[in-house]
Design a protein around this ligand. Structure first.
Ligand code: SAM
Length: 162
């Protein structure tokens, strides 16, 4: 366990129950410039560096039509995060908050989400800006931020590439 993984004053971990199988499948891998957490932004920005989302086979076919959208929501698995913290001290000052009151990567099911700007598609890869995950982070899902088929109240007109 690295120093980054050790508990800070006031933080609390629990012995988690045995993990069940949620049936998740890693459908790809995210390539970013950041090899370690110290360099990685806490929240991606739309003008951040270009990152590549690679889809594994057989999922490339599921990208059909995605070029029509300017912004995508990306869900990823924060695979290097500890999963046993219930109280965390984001500023390492002894003051704590519950894990569900934070967007910290350290959570029982370490799912990260980001809305990214789609720059282009290259075969089974998408070039995007706005990510905040480590190089090699597993991809869980991709969807348009808004979609004309989402039903009432969607802002579909705001999302298509124009
Ligand atoms: N945007 C996502 C969200 O809000 O769900 C993630 C936010 S989280 C604060 C971003 C931080 O998670 C990064 O600064 C980095 O420290 C950490 N992180 C990124 N990729 C990770 C990975 N694969 N495993 C563990 N931690 C990761």
């Amino acid at each position: 366990m690295s120093e980054q993984d050790s508990l800070r004053p006031g933080e609390l971990s629990v012995a988690p129950p045995k993990a069940g199988d949620a049936g998740l499948e890693f459908i790809g891998r995210i390539h970013t410039p950041w090899a370690n957490r110290a360099d990685c932004p806490r929240h991606g920005k739309p003008d951040g560096p270009l990152c590549r989302i690679e889809l594994f086979e057989p999922w490339a076919l599921a990208l059909q039509g995605i070029e029509a959208y300017a912004r995508l929501e990306v869900l990823y698995w924060l695979d290097r995060a500890r999963r046993d913290l219930v109280q965390q001290s984001p500023k390492n000052d002894g003051r704590t908050l519950g894990s569900f009151a934070l967007r910290s990567p350290l959570r029982p099911n370490p799912i990260g989400t980001a809305v990214v700007v789609l720059e282009s598609r290259q075969g089974n890869s998408l070039l995007v800006r706005g990510l905040d995950c480590l190089d090699g982070t597993p991809l869980l899902d991709l969807k348009p931020e808004y979609c004309p088929f989402s039903g009432a109240g969607n802002a579909g007109a705001a999302n298509p590439r124009g």
